[in-house]
Design a protein around this ligand. Structure first.
Ligand SMILES: *[C@@H]1O[C@H](CO)[C@@H](O)[C@H](O)[C@H]1NC(C)=O
Ligand SMILES: *[C@@H]1O[C@H](CO)[C@@H](O)[C@H](O)[C@H]1NC(C)=O
Ligand SMILES: *[C@@H]1O[C@H](CO)[C@@H](O)[C@H](O)[C@H]1NC(C)=O
Ligand SMILES: *[C@@H]1O[C@H](CO)[C@@H](O)[C@H](O)[C@H]1NC(C)=O
Ligand SMILES: *[C@@H]1O[C@H](CO)[C@@H](O)[C@H](O)[C@H]1NC(C)=O
Ligand SMILES: *[C@@H]1O[C@H](CO)[C@@H](O)[C@H](O)[C@H]1NC(C)=O
Ligand SMILES: *[C@@H]1O[C@H](CO)[C@@H](O)[C@H](O)[C@H]1NC(C)=O
Length: 453
C-alpha cells in the first residue's frame, strides 16, 4: 500500500517523493497546519510586543578561539546497502536530525566534546536543506563549547550558480540562513567561528560547464560566494564578525596566476591573493566595490585545505611555502590520515594541537575527518569514520526535509567503535583521537557485540 518500499531505509516519508496514497490528504493537512501555526505565532508575537518591556536577552559571547580541535560532521543515517534509492538530506544541522546531534537522542555534539574536541565542521549548512530551525543546533553546539564552521554546499555552484557566478545564490542562501537561526540579533550566532565558502571547489574543473577545466571556474565560484555573503550581511544588517574561508583539496595544481606551480592545497591560497589583486583574472565583476571586497578579505579570510596525508608531510609542505601568505592563519578542514595506525593518528593529532598552541603559530588546528563512517559512499570512504553504526536503533529522526518540502524519517542507530573492515591496528580511530585530546569515548551502543556491518 505504502509508499516507501522501493527506498529500503526510510521509516516513513511524506509528500512528493514516495507514492503515498495519503499524499493527496497529507499535503492539504500540512498546509492547513502551517497556516494555523503562522496565525498562532502572529497572534503571540503581537501579544508579546504589545506587552512591551520584555528585554531580549543578550546572546552569549562567542567562544574563545584557541587551537581548533574539530570533527568533520556529515553523519547520514545510512548503513551498508541502504539509501540507494534516496539519500537523506545532507543538511545535518536541521532540526529534523536532532535525535542524532541533540541531548534528547544520540547526542553527537556531546560525544565530540567528551572526545576533547572544541569545534565541528560541516558541509551542507547553506544550500538544499529545509527552511526549518538551524539555531537549535548552534545553541546546542555552543552549550557544549563547540565552535561551528558551517559550509555553503558545493553543489550550489554546479546546480544553481550561472557560469560559476554564485553571487545571487550565495546571497540568497545566507539570508535564508540568517532567518533560520544563523543570526542572533544583529550578529552571526555566537557559536559560529568561520563560514566555509565551498568545499574543494577545484573539483568544479571536472564539470562540463567549466571550459577546458579552467582554473577561473573555482576562483570565480569562491570570490563570487564571498561577494554574495557580504551582500547578504549588508541587506540583513548583520555584523561581519565571523571569518571566511574555502577549503581547497591537497591536489598539486597551479594557481590561477601561474605564480605557484604544483602547489598542493596552497594553490588556492595564491588564487585568492591573485583574485583580490585583480578580480577580472577570474572572469568576474564584483558587486561589492573592489576596495571593500579587498578590505573584507584582508580582515576576515583565513586559508584552509583538506588532506589525507600524515601531519609531518602536510606541515612541512605548507610551512615551507607559506611566505607569500604573510600572517594570515590557516587550518586543516579535513585531516584524514588515511591508513595510519592508532599510534600514528594519535601522535599526529597531538602534534597538531601542540603546533597550533604555540604562541606565534599561524596554524589554527584541524578538523579530523570524520565523525561517522560514510557507509553510503563505500570504497575508500569507509576508512575515515571515527565511529561506525551499531544495530541498536535509538530513535527515528523527525522529518528530515529538503528545500522543496520533501521529507522522510530515518532510523537513528547507535554509535560503535567497531571498524572491523579496517586492519586491526588502524581500527581504533576514536580511541586514538580521544587519547590525543585527553578525552574519552562515550555515547556508544549499549550492546557492543551488535554490529551492523
Ligand atoms: C536551485 O535551483 C533550482 C532550480 O532552479 C531551484 O529549484 C532551487 O530552489 C535553487 N536552490 C537554491 C538553494 O537556490
Ligand atoms: C543596523 O544595525 C545597527 C546596529 O547593529 C543599527 O544602528 C542600524 O540602525 C541598523 N540599520 C538598519 C537599516 O536596520
Ligand atoms: C587584470 O586581469 C585581466 C585578465 O587577466 C587583464 O587583462 C588585466 O590587464 C589585468 N589588470 C591589471 C591591472 O593587471
Ligand atoms: C580571522 O581572520 C583574520 C584575517 O586573516 C585573522 O587575523 C584572525 O586571526 C582570524 N580570527 C580567527 C578567530 O580565526
Ligand atoms: C605565550 O603567550 C602567553 C600570553 O601572552 C604567555 O603567558 C606565555 O608565556 C607565552 N608562551 C610562550 C612559550 O612564549
Ligand atoms: C593533554 O594533556 C597534556 C599533558 O598534560 C597537555 O600537554 C596537553 O596540552 C593536553 N591536550 C589538550 C588537548 O588539552
Ligand atoms: C547483544 O547482542 C548479541 C548479538 O546480537 C545478542 O545475542 C545479545 O542477546 C544482545 N544482548 C542484549 C543485552 O541485548
Amino acid at each position: 500500500m505504502n509508499t516507501c518500499e522501493t527506498s529500503e531505509q526510510p521509516t516513513s516519508c511524506c509528500q512528493r517523493r514516495c507514492q503515498n496514497p495519503w499524499r493527496m490528504l497529507v499535503a492539504p493537512i500540512c498546509a492547513f497546519l502551517l497556516l494555523v501555526a503562522i496565525a498562532v505565532s502572529v497572534v503571540l508575537a503581537v501579544a508579546h510586543n504589545s506587552g512591551g518591556a520584555t528585554p531580549t536577552p543578550s546572546p552569549p559571547p562567542p567562544l574563545p578561539s584557541g587551537p581548533l580541535r574539530g570533527l568533520a560532521y556529515a553523519p547520514l543515517p545510512c548503513i551498508a546497502g541502504t539509501c540507494k534509492e534516496q539519500l537523506p538530506n545532507s543538511d545535518v544541522m536541521q532540526i529534523g536530525y536532532e535525535k542524532q546531534w541533540g541531548s534528547g537522542g544520540r547526542n553527537d555534539l556531546n560525544v565530540i566534546k567528551k572526545l576533547g574536541g572544541n569545534a565541528i565542521r560541516l558541509y551542507h549548512s547553506f544550500g538544499f536543506g529545509p527552511r526549518s530551525d538551524h539555531g537549535s543546533f548552534l545553541d546546542a553546539a555552543h552549550d557544549n563549547g563547540l565552535s561551528v564552521l558551517p559550509g555553503v554546499d558545493s553543489d550550489l555552484a554546479i546546480h544553481n550558480c550561472t557560469d560559476f557566478d554564485c553571487y545571487e545564490t550565495v546571497k540568497e542562501v545566507i539570508k535564508t540562513g540568517f532567518s533560520l537561526g544563523f543570526a542572533k540579533g544583529k550578529d552571526w550566532h555566537p557559536a559560529i567561528h568561520t563560514v566555509i565558502l565551498f568545499n574543494e571547489p577545484d573539483f568544479f574543473a571536472n564539470d562540463p560547464k567549466c571550459p577546458q577545466k579552467a582554473s577561473w571556474c573555482r576562483v570565480k565560484a569562491a570570490i563570487s560566494a564571498l561577494d554574495g555573503l557580504l551582500a547578504a550581511e549588508r541587506e540583513a544588517n548583520i555584523s561581519g564578525r565571523v571569518n571566511l574561508t574555502t577549503t581547497w583539496s591537497f591536489a598539486a595544481l597551479d594557481s590561477i596566476d601561474g605564480k605557484c606551480k604544483n602547489c598542493p592545497g596552497y594553490f588556492g591560497f595564491q588564487d585568492m591573493l591573485a583574485v583580490i589583486e585583480n578580480v577580472s583574472i577570474a572572469h568576474y565583476k564584483p558587486r561589492t566595490p573592489a576596495k571593500d571586497l579587498a578590505d573584507s578579505f584582508h580582515r576576515r579570510w583565513v586559508n584552509a585545505l583538506n588532506v589525507q596525508a600524515p601531519w609531518g608531510f602536510v606541515k612541512e609542505t605548507i610551512t615551507k611555502n607559506y611566505g607569500p601568505f604573510g600572517n594570515r592563519p590557516w587550518f586543516i578542514g579535513e585531516f584524514g590520515d588515511l591508513g595510519q595506525t592508532h599510534d600514528i593518528l594519535k601522535n599526529d593529532v597531538q602534534a597538531m594541537h601542540e603546533f597550533a598552541s604555540a604562541n606565534d603559530s599561524l596554524f589554527m588546528g584541524a578538523s579530523i575527518f570524520q565523525f561517522q563512517t560514510a557507509y553510503w559512499k563505500g570504497g575508500s570512504e569507509m576508512s575515515f569514520g571515527l565511529f561506525g553504526l551499531g544495530k541498536e536503533k535509538i530513535a527515528d529522526t523527525e522529518d528530515v526535509c529538503d528545500n522543496k518540502g520533501d521529507c522522510c524519517k530515518w532510523p537513528v542507530y547507535c554509535l560503535s567503535t567497531d571498524l572491523h573492515w579496517l586492519p586491526a591496528d588502524q581500527a581504533q580511530r576514536a580511541a586514538a583521537v580521544a587519547a590525543a585530546w585527553n578525552g574519552t569515548v562515550t555515547g556508544l551502543c549499549r550492546n557492543a557485540t551488535q554490529i551492523i556491518v
